[in-house]
Design a protein around this ligand. Sequence first.
Ligand code: ADP
Ligand code: MG
Length: 220
Amino acid sequence: MLTVSGLGKQYPGASRPLFSHLDLGVSAGEIVALLGESGTGKSTLLNCIAGLETADSGSVGIGPQGLDIVRLGETARAALRARCIGFVFQAFHVLPTLTVAQNVALPLLLSQVAADEHVGRTQALLERVGLAGFGGRWPASLSGGELQRVAIARALVHHPALILADEPTGNLDPRTADGILSLFLERVREQAAGALIVTHSQQVAQCCDRILTLTPDGLV
Ligand SMILES: Nc1ncnc2c1ncn2[C@@H]1O[C@H](COP(=O)(O)OP(=O)(O)O)[C@@H](O)[C@H]1O
Ligand SMILES: [Mg+2]
């Protein structure tokens, strides 16, 4: 579901690349944990994989067809992202002017999922993340942990081939975090998706199929 080859990224002005010649694969049905100290470039790596930032070199194959997101133009890249990727951002990026349900349903509007399925799917996921009845609320009235769960529901609603999650359980208490992790595992196995999850939690990492650590010397 993900094939990263020879990926390199250095920000202008930085003394050295965050990563170079980085290779990484995630298979269908596999969850990979990505650990690493703060500032090593984990978020940058996820952004490069999703085509939200441009890598300096290398390729990023997405989904069963392995379409290289690096080589697509802006429109095709956005379309591939909308269809194949579910992204849980570190800072949630829940849109304040949409209700909770509208936020969750957003990827469906950009997908080929039939309109009559949108409400049902949205409600089912909100229930699954413990937010049944929150659909009509505004994000401003939600706690950090609740917003995080909105972001998680939104990343799963369109059944993406690849799930990228940046510290998705960072604001959740251990029990809620456990529930969210089971949801990820369930989705990934059921839909033969692949997932790459940045986490600082050993507990989360232990539930994954493989643990990688991003270091200044590369991926271990
Ligand atoms: N847009 C940017 N321009 C310049 N430097 C950046 C930018 N984004 C991140 N960085 C720097 O790159 C390094 C890695 O950041 P990040 O990917 O957020 O690390 P992590 O997620 O592992 O904590 C940090 O030193 C950060 O300051
Ligand atoms: Mg980060």
